[in-house]
Design a protein around this ligand. Structure first.
Ligand code: NI
Length: 137
């Protein structure tokens, strides 16, 4: 059967601070600029989860998008939405919550649940113009 990629969009708001604890405040400010504000700041993150797989002969689906919606809600939105990523999300206790690292954490959460036969790609927008993609390499 043909391989098709299905996409589901989701959204979360979260606060973060980009910070390397091994650096001085001056160096953090120099490297991360406003994103290193010690009082944190927020972003409206836009997430696109893409699954690639074969069309199922019986359903005509690659993946049940209702199920994907549910997985994204429980694994990512419930974990990240309206949270301070540095303080409240265990994965970022020691990992800088850059958009790159958030995409990797989101991928790893989904990879544990979505069956191996599907390839996963995460597209994550931190701003309307800045976004990253990650597909598990
Ligand atoms: Ni930021």
């Amino acid at each position: 059967m043909p391989k098709v990629t299905v996409h589901r969009k989701a959204h979360f708001n979260a606060a973060h601070r980009l910070f390397n604890p091994n650096w001085s405040d001056e160096k953090n400010a120099e490297i991360f600029g406003k994103c290193s504000n010690p009082n944190y700041h927020g972003h409206n993150y836009e997430l696109i989860v893409s699954l690639t797989g074969e069309i199922n002969k019986e359903t005509g689906y690659v993946y049940d998008l209702g199920r994907l919606k549910h997985i994204i809600k429980t694994e990512i939105e419930d974990a990240f939405d309206h949270k301070n990523l540095n303080i409240e999300v265990p994965e970022f206790k020691k990992l800088n919550p850059s958009v790159e690292n958030i995409a990797v954490v989101a991928y790893n959460k989904l990879r544990k649940i979505v069956e191996e036969e599907y390839d996963i790609e995460i597209t994550l927008y931190e701003t309307p113009r800045n976004f990253v993609t990650y597909s598990g390499e």
